[in-house]
Design a protein around this ligand. Structure first.
Ligand code: AAL
Length: 434
């Protein structure tokens, strides 16, 4: 029969043949959807593909597959409408402008009660502008203010508890006004960060640093730290005058404090968001070298979402009315576009301080409406918003991408006299040129 050598040769050839047959068989399997498959060349399909199709597409079509979680807003966890509810429990002196509540903190849940802290102004007159302001007459809606707080068990009806942070004696930080606060819970203690004005707002601009008080209980008593926690930038730096809207979250075992600054010349302000990071609530806070980290927004609120952080960016800037996301908590991308977003949104963020790496998102919070009466009675009101920006809730009504308004909503955004005159002049010129 065969020699040893011949038998070995036959075994090697047989093994090779088996491998060849196997490779031929697998090459007949449908290839996974990858770049090597033939591109679709026909017209775009009737059913919108949920994942990116392998075809040449316009910039806009590519974008809905590369920039957003889903090509459809209703399937995008970081898209939502916003619904609003009037709160029960706050008195506004018949809206005469002498009482204002605004710029609420994130909602804190502690021992079965919700807590919210906010700017509370109670002055003999409504704001009169810087020139007419005095030690008792406010220059702005947030001038001569204190920080008050309220509690609730349902987020709709609130019991106002009174002052949390009073204005300290001059020249301590915040002697003119303490405003626009936010809460941090860290290792069993509570910290309120707030804007500490040392002049009436409007003197040069809305200029202030950030100060801090701390307590063992959310009901206080609050001990002022009497030091500037987030200093203004140096001369010529973007945040040299104002450090607004301090907003602390816990991430990577550190305190990530986001803030706003108004910069540029008066009447032509730019508002952007910065980030300062510390290992300790009392600082030192180190400003991020990539600041500003968000190019738009005002009183911007944020919440941990999956591994990263999401931001409600509204009111100002080229990317206002967007919900943005940064997986690294620094480099934000637009995750969705929304409308009628809450001003000074202060959500209930269940994992704001848990150092989470799987942020669950938000479904409600407080915000404010500013200038709710006539200009000469300027004051603001707190309001509740609801949304579905949560991994744990799916509310199709919040995911409708069309917010229907009645005609009066549009008519309220009427033309100014200047615009009417301009349009009339342009129209007359056109008709005369016929
Ligand atoms: C708010 C916030 C800050 C500003 C002023 C009061 O919307 O941005 O707090 O200083 O306006």
């Amino acid at each position: 029969m065969y020699s040893k050598h011949q038998e070995t040769q036959i075994a090697i050839i047989s093994f090779g043949l088996i491998m060849l047959v196997c490779s031929l068989l697998t090459s007949c399997k449908p290839q996974p959807d990858n770049k090597n498959t033939a591109k679709d060349t026909g017209a775009f399909p009737f059913t919108l593909p949920e994942s990116k199709p392998n075809r040449d597409m316009s910039a806009a079509m590519n974008r809905i597959y590369t920039d957003y979680e889903s090509p459809r807003p209703e399937n995008n966890e970081l898209f939502s409408q916003f619904k609003y509810t009037e709160l029960i429990g706050f008195d506004y002196h018949d809206h005469d402008g002498t009482i204002s509540r605004r710029d609420p903190s994130k909602i804190l849940l502690h021992k079965g009660k919700y807590y919210v802290y906010y700017t509370h102004r109670h002055t003999p007159t409504p704001p009169q502008g810087h020139a007419k302001s005095s030690d008792v007459i406010p220059s702005a809606d947030w001038d001569l203010a204190e920080i008050w707080y309220a509690t609730s068990t349902d987020g709709f009806t609130w019991q106002e508890q009174g002052v949390a942070i009073q204005r300290p004696e001059k020249p301590l930080v915040g002697w003119r006004s303490v405003t626009t606060t936010d809460i941090l819970e860290w290792k069993g203690k509570f910290y309120l960060y707030y804007q500490g004005f040392m002049e009436a707002s409007g003197k040069r601009g809305d200029d202030c640093p950030v100060a801090l008080s701390y307590a063992d209980s959310p009901d206080g008593p609050w001990t002022p730290h009497h030091k500037i926690i987030i200093p203004n930038g140096s001369e010529g730096e973007w945040d040299q005058y104002s450090i607004h809207d301090p907003y602390p979250l816990v991430h990577d075992d550190k305190i990530y404090l986001y803030y706003k600054s108004d910069f540029g010349e008066k009447g032509n302000l730019v508002r952007m968001q910065g980030l300062a990071i510390a290992d300790n609530p009392l600082g030192p806070f180190v400003k991020h070298p990539l600041n500003p980290v968000i190019t738009s927004g005002h009183e911007t609120s944020l919440f941990p979402f999956k591994k990263g952080v999401a931001a409600l960016v509204y009111k100002d800037g080229p990317e206002h009315n967007t919900i943005q996301y940064a997986e690294d908590w620094v480099n934000f991308e637009i995750a969705s576009i929304s409308e009628l977003m809450p001003y000074a949104a202060a959500p209930y963020v269940s994992d704001a301080f848990t150092n989470t790496t799987d942020g669950r998102g938000i479904t409600w919070g407080l915000g404010h409406f500013i200038n709710v009466a006539t200009q000469d009675k300027f004051h603001s009101m707190l309001v509740r918003f609801d949304c579905d920006l949560s991994q744990d809730v799916h509310d199709p009504q919040m995911k409708k991408h069309r917010v229907n308004h009645k005609p009066d909503v549009y008519y309220r955004q009427g033309l100014s006299k200047t615009q009417v005159d301009r349009i009339s002049e342009e129209n007359n010129k056109l008709l005369m040129s016929q």
